[in-house]
Design a protein around this ligand. Structure first.
Ligand code: RIB
Length: 348
């Protein structure tokens, strides 16, 4: 069924489209009651739904942007969402926040809804390699920034991607443990299917091979449910991994690279369950440097993501391309993570 337009309403109410537009934008104080009533009746009878997106895009008035994250149940995403809102408010923009649980259908529905609501642009935190599920909205003119994944070969040309360099991050984490003398280093994660997790794992393998070690000789735990990324269950995934890797008779590692801090903290709890001391018996390194990393006992060594800097970059691209000094579409901005050494990693 064709969308009812402002012209259809104007014809039915026997007024001009600009009169209907004034009515819709609350500029009808000088309009006679009979005219307002005819417009209201036409809107009701035709079932007209104003498309705020088209109106706001025309006059560029949208002061709202969208943010879709996997789940604020993971402290990394809660902290990122806050940094996005701080940056957006500094640019005079409000933020509508959605949690997708990394479900492509939920990502698609939220992006469509935000577009219908007339947002200026959307930051989509997705780990999916393809953007096909939101391509139709990008074609309609949506300004989309992806976060937490580098640009992929089939991305639409207009999309800008901002992410940490996950391969470098995996190398930094693993090299730190190698420098402490560890040669039996496990990799622990939920599903490794996402673009960024596979890049972190690749960085772990690259560092091992550069040190003359084979990843095939190392214990790898990729969760037990390949369909779940474990944003909210990450700590339990890590705790389960500790119980598995240190079960009776296992060829246990002396150090562990965890896919993120929540997984690492769960792994540390699992070691405690088994009477093992983090740092002394087993070194553990995480990724993200969330606020809990420094609060744990012992404080967690981690690979820090500069979320405030990345949030500012992503908001600028979503709200005002060119604000970062380049509105070159299709850009992929990779930032270098940094190592934060604490007591959870010690010499072998
Ligand atoms: O903890 C959340 C993790 O999911 C972060 O490492 C972020 O990069 C995403 O991959």
């Amino acid at each position: 069924m064709a969308r009812v337009t402002i012209q259809d309403v104007a014809r039915a109410a026997e007024v001009s489209p600009s009169t209907v537009s004034n009515f819709l934008n609350n500029r009808s104080e000088r309009m006679v009651a009979a005219t307002r009533e005819r417009i209201e009746r036409a809107i009701a009878e035709l079932g007209y739904r104003p498309n705020r997106a088209a109106r706001q895009l025309r006059n560029g008035r949208s002061q709202t942007m969208g943010l879709v994250v996997p789940s604020v149940g993971n402290p990394f995403w809660g902290a990122f969402a806050r940094e996005v809102e701080v940056a957006a408010l500094e640019m005079g923009c409000n933020v509508l926040l959605c949690n997708s649980e990394r479900d492509p259908d939920r990502e698609r529905r939220y992006v469509e809804e935000l577009w219908e609501d007339g947002v200026r642009g959307i930051i989509l935190c997705t780990s999916l390699p393809s953007l096909e599920h939101v391509g139709h909205v990008i074609k309609e003119g949506l300004r989309l920034v992806t976060f937490d994944r580098p640009a992929q070969p089939n991305d639409p040309a207009s999309v800008v991607s901002i992410s940490i360099d996950n391969n470098v991050g995996g190398q930094i984490a693993t090299s730190h443990l190698l420098e402490l003398g560890h040669t039996k280093i496990a990799f622990v994660s939920g599903s490794i299917r996402s673009v960024n997790r596979s890049a972190r794992y690749r960085g772990y393998c690259d560092a091992l091979e550069a040190a003359g070690l084979s990843p095939d000789d190392m214990p790898v735990w990729a969760g037990t449910d390949a369909t779940r990324f474990g944003d909210v269950e990450a700590a339990q995934v890590g705790r389960n991994a500790a119980h598995e890797l240190f079960r009776e008779g296992a060829d246990a590692p002396t150090a562990v690279v965890a896919i993120n801090d929540m997984t690492a903290l769960g792994f540390c709890r699992g070691l405690r369950d088994l009477g093992l001391e983090v740092g002394v018996d087993v070194s553990v390194i995480g990724f993200d440097d969330i606020i809990l990393a420094d609060l744990y006992d012992p404080p967690l060594t981690s690979v820090r993501q500069p979320i405030s800097q990345m949030a500012k970059l992503a908001v600028a691209e979503a709200v005002d391309p060119g604000a970062n000094g380049s509105n070159e579409p299709g850009r992929s901005v990779l930032l270098r993570p940094e190592l934060v050494v604490r007591e959870s990693t010690q010499s072998k």
